[in-house]
Every structure is written in C-alpha cells, then in structure tokens.
Design a protein around this ligand. Structure first.
Ligand code: SF4
Length: 63
C-alpha cells in the first residue's frame, strides 16, 4: 500500500499540507507534522499537499 511520508528534517511547519489535506496531515503535540493512520489515503488531497509543500518533503512511500 502507498502511504504519504513527511521528511520532518526539511519541514518548515508552514502548515500548507494541514490546510490542504487536514484529514491526513496534522501538527502533533511535539510540534511536527504527522501522517494519520488510514486504511486508504485520499490520493487527490495528498497529491495536492505534495504539490503545495514549499520544501518538497512530502512523498509517497511503498509499504
Ligand atoms: S507543506 Fe511541507 S513544509 Fe509545510 S508543513 Fe507540510 S510538510 Fe512541512
């Protein structure tokens, strides 16, 4: 299954992914972006977040 991944080392916390795709991406209490655990990810919205991310740190990973 494909799953979105965020390379938090390069993330600047612009919150763009959270704005575009809040069901998948959120800011956790520790202050970094996390990907929700889902059976299947909404591809259109994840792709939107990938396009939107100014640091290009979101990608699909094969599990
Ligand atoms: S859009 Fe990219 S840089 Fe912005 S918060 Fe999300 S992962 Fe981080």
């Amino acid at each position: 299954m494909k799953r979105p991944a965020v390379d938090i080392a390069g993330c600047t916390l612009c919150m763009g992914c959270v704005a575009v795709c809040p069901e998948v991406f959120s800011l956790n209490d520790a202050g970094y972006i996390v990907v929700a655990e889902m059976e299947a990810y909404p591809a259109a919205c994840v792709n939107e977040a990938i396009k939107y991310c100014p640091e290009d740190v979101i990608s699909w990973e094969e599990e």
